[in-house]
Design a protein around this ligand. Structure first.
Ligand code: ASP
Length: 439
């Protein structure tokens, strides 16, 4: 079978005609790059807004019977400008008029939002000399999520081996046959579905950074780039807020062992980050891969002597959170105490109610709410086999005078979660980063 690389380019990589030129150079530098998945043009130095946001604004105005041309003309202007700058002859005005008419006639918000990718795909296909394949033909959603199986079947039916195609990101058809968008940033998912469908050798995700950094650069100034990370490590890190790639983009390719490369469109020579399946874990030399975290959690500490002897206790306690639709982030336990960690924003206004319900249902001796907890996730598959990792971690925090309020280690031993006060959050990340990444 032919070797294919699927390339997804993000909105900032397609924000103007110069970026289109760069994209073409990148695509032509490797003949295996034959499937191109674009986002809608995004922000740049000169462009203040993402096309998707402009289109959603058009929808909002139109759905309230208000005039939307002022905004739509911004969208129009951007596509025409790119077409003219590149010297293309494609009659994009006809497409633009048809979209305008559809919005005026009451098209759905998903349809409106998707047109940025559609129009961008049309221009790119013309510019690259690739065939345009509408996402409606090959991308299927079920229950709002990617239906990889159904999509892969259609991809194999519609795309001939060896041909070069542009498939717009971010949308497809749902089980009812209606156009539906994926969640925001969803072109990453389309790229992954396409990679799965054509069994790509690699899925390249081109964006405006040279991959993942080991820690948030606004906290750690010269944080090291991560060269390789496993799918699982990335899950742990992105869940905690280190988003460069849409987290759902991992699933379509993971089972097929297709690596994802995060690359910088404006610095293609940079290595970027390779997201690889676990089987390459032995290549790992570093103990910690990355550190991420989030502020503003609440710990609800529930105390009851001999709680583990009451077989229904945990079920009852958890059902209070389940029935209030509050997701639990972590749940460290000791003999007579269980701590439930939840996002403060989800519990703040309902504190009294939750306290009452736990009291009625679980009859504990004490319930304590503690706010202002920050969670730091230290992730790395090297941690499993390296003795003294926890000792080093906690020494680093103690040396910098940071009090640890909570500890939770997953049984996979791939992550250690540390709870510190909100005000110690940045210092904790710096202390851990400096200990593991600089020494
Ligand atoms: N254009 C869409 C958004 O702004 C999808 C994407 O860029 O991936 O969310």
């Amino acid at each position: 079978m032919e070797k294919v690389i699927v390339c997804k380019f993000g909105g900032s990589s397609l924000s103007n005609s110069d970026q289109f030129r760069t994209v073409k150079e990148i695509m032509e530098a490797d003949e295996r790059r034959r499937v191109l998945v674009p986002s809608a043009p995004g922000k740049s130095q000169d462009e203040k807004h993402k096309v998707t946001d402009l289109l959603l604004m058009c929808y909002q105005l139109a759905s309230h019977n208000l005039l939307f041309d002022e905004i739509y003309n911004l969208v129009r202007g951007r596509f025409i400008q790119i077409r003219d700058d590149l010297g293309l002859t494609l009659k994009i005005e006809e497409e633009l008029d048809a979209v305008r008419e559809a919005i005026a006639a009451g098209a759905s918000s998903d349809y409106c939002a998707s047109r940025g990718e559609y129009l961008c795909g049309k221009l790119l296909a013309d510019y690259m000399g690739f065939r345009f394949v509408d996402a409606e033909e090959v991308i299927r959603l079920r229950g709002g999520k990617a239906d990889v199986k159904a999509s892969s079947r259609l991809i194999r039916e519609h795309i001939v081996e060896g041909e070069s195609v542009v498939v717009p990101g971010f949308y497809g058809l749902n089980e009812k046959g209606d156009l539906q968008t994926l969640s925001r940033g969803g072109s990453d998912i389309t790229g992954a579905i396409m990679a799965a469908g054509v069994k790509a050798v690699v899925y390249e995700n081109w964006t405006d950074v040279s991959g993942f950094l080991a820690a948030d650069p606004t906290i750690v100034e010269d944080s090291a780039p991560i060269k390789t990370i496993t799918y699982n490590e990335l899950r742990e890190l992105s869940y905690m807020g280190a988003m460069v790639l849409h987290e759902e983009a991992i699933f379509p390719v993971r089972d097929l062992n297709i690596p994802i490369h995060i690359k910088n469109t404006n610095a293609p020579q940079d290595v970027g980050t390779a997201i690889v399946p676990d089987w390459r874990a032995e290549e790992r030399t570093q103990v910690v891969t990355g550190i991420s975290g989030k502020k503003d959690y609440t710990v609800i500490r529930v105390e009851k002597t001999h709680m583990s002897e009451d077989l229904s206790f945990y079920r009852k306690l958890l059902s209070v959170f389940e029935t209030n639709d509050i997701p639990i982030e972590h749940m460290p336990t000791s003999i007579d105490t269980i701590s439930i960690v939840v996002a403060t924003s989800l519990i703040k206004a309902r504190e009294k109610k939750i306290r009452e319900e736990i009291s009625i249902y679980c009859n504990p001796e004490r319930i304590v709410f503690e706010h202002d907890l920050a969670i730091v996730a230290v992730v790395g598959r090297g941690m499993i086999s390296t003795k003294g990792t926890s000792a080093t971690l906690f020494t680093a925090l103690a040396e910098d005078g940071i009090n640890v309020r909570m500890i939770s280690q997953g049984s996979s031993e791939m992550n250690i979660i540390v709870g510190v006060s909100n005000e110690d959050f940045e210092a904790a990340i710096r202390a851990i980063h400096d200990k593991f990444m600089r020494s």
